[in-house]
Design a binder for this molecule. Structure first.
Ligand code: 5AD
Ligand code: SF4
Length: 459
């Protein structure tokens, strides 16, 4: 018998701002809405539901949401004139931080849903259909969120997997402890189940995500004796899953970089030689004012220990220039630290005053043009280091995991163990495989090379 009900045929457009955690959450939201009949639209014009998965980390990111909402207001009005209803949801960290303020500032918003409440999206959607006015859900309930979110479909040979959320560090510039709540770790069994499901769908590389991923800790899985596991043990355990050939994790805090994790870099060859370890600044006075809980020397020594374990490791970091009270001598200390460490890649930002954080209320805020100058100097040093790191790969043979077709016909784009993009001429059939590539040159943002031979073994 045919189903007499009309076809659901709805679609959702999700715009993701900010970090990889949001990318992961957006995928999970799409997975959650699928059983309700929602397919993913590639533009808001084609969608019945638009979700903005927002970022609150810097003022620019947060304000972008309001300018996008301004444009959506017009689209919603045009659709309403044509008799079509479009709902708008604001999710993510702006939702958590600003809550009802969002609907006051942008009445076009129908739903506000915080990062810990996505699993309740179906209820919220049903409520907006029933009730007039907007609905709000920004409760903290991380475990429940993970338990109830549908496992998403893999999209290609690499995938993110959230293992930890939240932050207890309270750096004085940062909104994350307020928007994402306290540090919570998922349990080993849940992580393994998700990793296995990804592997069964052809995923070869997983990146474990967490705001403080190396603060991850949990009891060993059922039947395994011993004390609480740290991230090093988790990586070694996940490395045993057939099909998973590469493991990465991000973002780490220097204070949580324990011996077990450093040893894993030396001993577990599936753990890729790339580490994002933000330091933020090089002056002890500024590190203290930022409440980072470590000195510049502690960080440099830590890097030495990590390099002793894995000499070829590619290091990445985050930096903030112009934190309140930063003098030009303090800034020189940041440059000196960068010189001492040598980064393969990095992210650097001008300090942005975030409401509610201790830094926003500090005296001696740094002038905007001074921040501009410092950022330009820091970025030119970091860029030179990145180029030097890439240049140094020329002539070497690297295992590359091919992720997607390139722009040019017959070209594939993959990643080296060091997370560099690598462009290679190779047949489409190589997508999702790992092959040895001879690196022959560099372009501004990638390496270029020639395929040597296919290799199915671990990279
Ligand atoms: N201003 C500038 N950059 C910031 N970050 C976090 N908060 C701020 C802020 N208020 C940067 C840090 C962090 C990265 C994710 O964003 O460098 O590591
Ligand atoms: Fe923010 Fe600091 Fe926590 Fe990182 S460690 S999320 S910078 S408070």
């Amino acid at each position: 018998m045919t189903d007499p009900r009309p076809k659901q045929g709805k679609s959702v457009f999700i715009r993701t701002y900010g970090c990889q955690m949001n990318v992961y959450d957006s995928e999970r939201m799409a997975g959650l809405l699928k059983p309700l009949g929602y397919t993913v639209a590639d533009a808001p014009e084609a969608a019945d539901l638009v979700i903005l998965n927002t970022c609150h980390i810097r003022e620019k990111a947060a304000e972008k949401v309001y300018s996008d909402l301004g444009r959506l207001k017009q689209l919603k009005a045009d659709k309403a004139n044509a008799g079509v209803d479009m709902k708008i949801a604001v999710a993510g960290c702006v939702a958590q931080a600003e809550g009802a303020e969002i609907t006051r500032r942008a009445p076009v918003v129908d739903m506000v849903v915080g990062p810990q409440a996505y699993h309740r999206l179906p209820e919220l959607i049903a409520r907006t259909a029933r009730e007039c006015g907007d609905v709000l859900d920004t409760d903290f309930a991380v475990e429940e969120k993970f338990d109830r979110l549908a496992t998403r479909e893999a999209d290609g040979p690499t995938a993110f997997l959230t293992v930890q959320e939240g932050c207890d560090k309270f750096c004085t510039f940062c909104v994350v402890p307020y928007t994402r709540g306290a540090e919570v770790s998922r349990n080993v069994d849940a992580i393994v189940a998700e990793a296995r499901s990804l592997a069964a769908q052809g995923v070869r590389e997983i990146t474990l995500l967490g705001q403080n991923v190396n603060a991850w800790g949990s009891a060993p899985p059922a039947g395994v004796a011993g004390d609480e596991w740290g991230l090093g043990e988790l990586c070694r355990h996940l490395a045993k899953i057939d099909g998973i050939d590469r493991i990465r994790f991000t973002t780490s805090h220097p204070r949580d970089m324990d011996d077990g994790l450093i040893a894993a870099f030396a001993e577990e060859e599936k753990l890729m030689p790339y580490l994002h370890l933000p330091v933020q600044a090089g002056s002890d006075k500024i590190l203290k004012a930022m409440n980072r809980g470590h000195t510049a020397e502690h960080y440099v020594k830590l890097i030495e220990r990590i390099r002793a374990a894995r000499p070829d490791i590619a290091l990445s970091g985050d930096f903030i220039v112009g934190f309140p009270g930063e003098t030009s001598e303090d800034f020189e200390a940041t440059l000196a630290l960068v010189e001492a460490v040598g980064y393969a890649s990095a992210y650097s930002f001008k300090y942005s005053r975030r409401p509610g954080t201790p830094g926003a209320a500090m005296a001696k805020q740094v002038a905007e043009d001074e921040k501009d100058d410092r950022l330009a100097r820091l970025q030119s040093l970091l860029e030179a280091q990145r180029q030097a790191f890439n240049q140094a790969r020329i002539g070497s043979e690297l295992p590359v995991l091919f992720e997607r077709p390139g722009r040019k016909e017959g070209q594939l784009i993959g990643r080296s163990p060091y997370l560099q993009s690598v462009h290679v001429e190779a047949p489409q059939s190589c997508l999702g495989t790992i092959a040895k590539v001879k690196i022959e040159g560099v372009t501004p943002n990638a390496l270029a090379g020639a395929m040597l031979k296919r290799e199915e073994a671990a990279a």
